[in-house]
Design a protein. Structure first.
Length: 290
């Protein structure tokens, strides 16, 4: 919030780049849930250029921040070329956090078992894509959690600078995501992603962090689901995997306001920044060396 107020206090040019999924619980958009004077807030908050994942996020920011919005997508995701090679794998994107930060809810453990059962019945190799780096305390904690909660046939991949994360996602038959930004980045690449919300909607910490909340979508849709019903989850997975490519692309297009935009090598963003800075050249001259 301090960054949003810089321009009202200093003669500077400000730009921000969204780097993670935004929501209304324990996040900046919680401000939208409060009864406040947005007009007065926008007088204090001003960012010259807000580069966001998608249209709906930009619209939400502009409710309480004055400035221009540009839909850039995920800068990190955009840098990686899309692989179309397919393997018989299901990737579960880990949302594990150390015990001191977040206690793993019972619903999440139940959901994990359901995903594992689906892989067993469908003869699909299950891959756990971890968040934390190997060789670290958090990495060991995360590895231990999954080792103790799934069978020995699944593959647990800890994070690593050399890990080809997007390649692993691209080549999977299905990606299961329960809230990680990485899952949304995979959806931007048009990959088959099931966005699941195993937590109760009344949960004070995660209830509103479901896909579609910002754009007021129903709690269940073609590729997203709320709940831990094994029957419904199996149907969701089958539907996402088995639908034709043309229908899948059509479904994504219909829901594009909350799907991350993909711009390979950030080409459009680079063009936007060049034009944006060129128009403000006079203000930047004293900071630029010839």
């Amino acid at each position: 919030m301090t960054f949003y107020k810089l321009k009202s206090r200093l003669p500077v040019l400000t730009i921000f780049f969204q780097n993670g999924a935004r929501n209304v619980q324990d996040d900046v958009f919680s401000i939208l849930e409060k009864k406040i004077n947005f007009k007065n807030l926008r007088k204090k908050n001003h960012v010259d250029l807000m580069c966001t994942f998608n249209k709906i996020t930009g619209e939400k920011y502009k409710k309480f921040i004055k400035g221009e919005n540009f839909v850039s997508g995920s800068i990190l995701g955009n840098e990686k070329k899309i692989s179309n090679l397919k393997k018989n794998t299901l990737v579960y994107v880990s949302l594990y956090r150390p015990p001191e930060r977040r206690k793993i809810p019972t619903e999440e453990r139940t959901f994990l078992k359901t995903v594992e059962k689906y892989c067993t019945e469908k003869k699909i190799k299950m891959i756990i894509l971890c968040k934390f780096y190997k060789g670290t305390i958090k990495g060991r904690q995360e590895y231990s959690f999954y080792k103790n909660n799934i069978n020995q046939n699944s593959i647990i991949i800890l994070n690593d600078p050399k890990r080809e994360t997007f390649k692993i996602l691209d080549q999977s038959k299905l990606i299961v995501n329960i809230g990680s930004t990485l899952g949304f980045e995979a959806l931007a690449r048009k990959k088959r992603v099931a966005l699941c919300h195993p937590y109760p909607l009344k949960d004070k910490k995660r209830g509103k962090k479901r896909f579609g909340y910002l754009s007021k979508k129903s709690k269940n849709g073609f590729f997203w689901h709320v709940g831990i019903s094994e029957k419904n989850i199996f149907k969701l997975f089958d539907r996402v995997i088995n639908t034709s490519n043309s229908k899948w692309l059509s479904i994504l297009k219909k829901n594009n306001e909350e799907v991350i935009y993909y711009d390979f090598k950030n080409f459009l963003l680079k063009q936007k920044l060049k034009k944006f800075l060129a128009l403000r050249e006079k203000n930047l001259k004293k900071y630029i060396r010839n």
